[in-house]
Design a protein around this ligand. Structure first.
Ligand code: NAD
Length: 475
């Protein structure tokens, strides 16, 4: 059983000062597969101090040097692909294709930042004035348990490109996955203190990062509730914050849609990462005229989805990450039924033969109204709500009638129409007709509107989140 007892501080693996031991449980078998000793405020302060010391020189490092570090980080992450996949499978229950793709994307984050860095206008001149972009200082990077290495890598990549040093606090539920990454950071041979990682609880390590006066910037990906708390904490020392929060994204299927395309797209968007994705298209908006066809197609396709062991290459949907998450999804399925929605396929309980892990049945609700709990709250599991609409205006109104604004999807036979419709949607990103891979589009910033947060990751804007502006007047 894996034991993680150290943090990565100032280029060394340092034994944890915090002494709480946390069990890491396999969601597939419910066995304890590892243990992590969680850090405390002192471990966090040590990491912040190391990052602050390193910032003095790293913030002034030439761009060529940072490009070289980004390349080395890419190579180091790629070199351990097998270990990353194994950790994701054992600790998280990631379906196999998802795990392999996740590692490739995580590694690519560094090359993407390396590419985008060339478009950042670090220096501009306007007559007697030079406008400079400067790294803001130590960045605290706080990440969730879903897609752990992706979140850490793209945040670290942008911070390094900008010239910031970082303290990463991964979700304690992802410690094994994070630990493989820490070893990659060490292999990459960056100057000590540039990247530090402290394992620990949000209320301990996360709170310390969020309030420590030497942390200039917080980049957070996680729930809206914690994001609000971090923002309140950050106000005290005027930290800059980037908040990548939850979502309840709508997928509008237009009248003219080809269902052979629309349904696989809808299910990929809704059930990606076993439904544990912030950008999940969890509300499917269908024209009344095509409702019967869509329901029929969904019933057939969902029945074909293989739920099961992440070791099995056919598995499309793995377990929920924890028992708590399993119970949460069950609670939402119950709420859907109680509020009058109808189960098309799936429902409460575990799929047959999968009683040992935190597996749920991929579930589709029909007859959903947009004011029902299952249409308003982020479920974070493979549960799709089908809502019908009469006109396109009504579809837009339903799509926008949500507290969230992270993502949206449109399916239509007329892509130009889809693009026009996209501009009416209150969402940070819209995908028309297919699932695009963010990591193939490094110049496109991603992030939310409304309670999905603010600030952007990826692109010039993503690196810009770690930069402040200085104007120098001289003659
Ligand atoms: P969470 O908010 O519970 O935890 C996220 C991180 O915050 C963890 O590392 C946790 O330890 C830490 N944390 C908890 N309390 C804290 C505090 N008081 N101060 C500082 N840090 C604290 O989220 P989760 O359950 O790990 O992840 C799922 C959520 O993340 C979902 O809501 C999902 O939508 C969201 N998410 C958003 C994006 C995005 O890009 N918008 C991507 C992935 C996940």
């Amino acid at each position: 059983m894996e034991q993680i007892t150290s943090h990565y501080i100032n280029g060394r693996f340092v034994p944890s000062h915090g002494q709480e031991v946390f069990d890491l449980v396999s969601p597939t078998t419910r066995e304890v597969v590892g243990q992590v000793t969680l850090g405390d405020e002192r471990d966090t302060r040590d990491a912040v101090r190391a990052a602050k010391e390193a910032f003095a020189s790293f913030s002034r490092s030439p761009l060529g040097e940072r490009r070289d570090y980004l390349q080395r980080l890419h190579d180091a992450v790629t070199a351990r692909t097998r270990e990353h996949c194994e950790a994701m499978r054992v600790e998280y229950g990631a379906p196999p294709q998802r795990a392999a793709a996740t590692v490739a994307r995580a590694a690519k984050s560094f090359l993407n930042a390396r590419e985008v860095i060339d478009d950042v206008a670090f220096t501009r001149a306007f007559g007697d004035v030079q406008v400079l972009l400067k790294p803001v200082g130590v960045a605290g990077l706080i990440t969730p348990w879903n897609s752990n290495i992706l979140m850490i890598c793209h945040k670290v990549a942008s911070a390094i490109a900008a010239g910031c040093t970082v303290v990463v606090k991964p979700s304690e539920l992802s410690s094994m996955q994070a630990q493989v990454l820490v070893e990659c950071f060490d292999d990459a041979g960056l100057p000590p203190g540039v990247v530090n990682v402290v394992h620990g609880r949000g209320e301990v390590v996360g709170e310390e990062l969020g309030t420590n006066p030497d942390v200039a910037k917080i980049s957070f990906t996680g729930s809206t509730a914690v994001g609000k708390k971090l923002m309140r904490n950050a106000a005290e020392t005027m930290k800059r914050v980037t908040l990548e929060l939850g979502g309840k994204s709508a997928h509008i299927v237009l009248e003219d849609a080809d269902l052979n395309r629309a349904i696989p797209f809808a299910l990929s968007a809704a059930f990606m990462n076993s439904g544990q994705a912030c950008v999940a298209g969890s509300r499917l908006l269908v024209p009344e005229s095509r409702l019967a066809e869509v329901e029929e197609a969904l019933r057939t396709r969902v029945a074909e989805l293989a739920v099961g062991d992440p070791l099995d290459p056919r598995t499309a949907i793995g377990p929920m990450v924890t028992e708590k998450q399993y119970e949460r999804v069950q609670g939402y399925i119950r709420a859907g039924v109680e509020e009058g929605a109808e189960i098309l396929i799936g429902g409460e309980g575990r799929p047959q033969g999968l009683e040992s892990g935190f597996f749920v049945k991929p579930t589709v609700f029909v007859g959903v109204r947009n004011d029902m709990t299952i249409a308003r709250e982020e479920i974070f599991g493979p549960v799709l709500s089908v809502i019908s609409y009469a006109t396109e205006d009504e579809a837009v109104a339903i799509a926008n009638d949500t507290d969230y604004g992270l993502f949206a999807y449109v399916t239509t036979a007329d892509p130009e129409h889809g693009r026009r419709l996209a501009t009416r949607l209150e969402a940070g990103g819209v995908m028309v007709n297919e699932l695009f891979d963010f990591y193939d589009h490094p110049h496109a910033p991603i992030g939310g509107f409304k309670q999905s947060g603010f600030g952007r990751e990826f692109g010039v804007e993503g690196i810009g989140e770690y930069l402040g502006t200085q104007s120098v007047y001289s003659r």
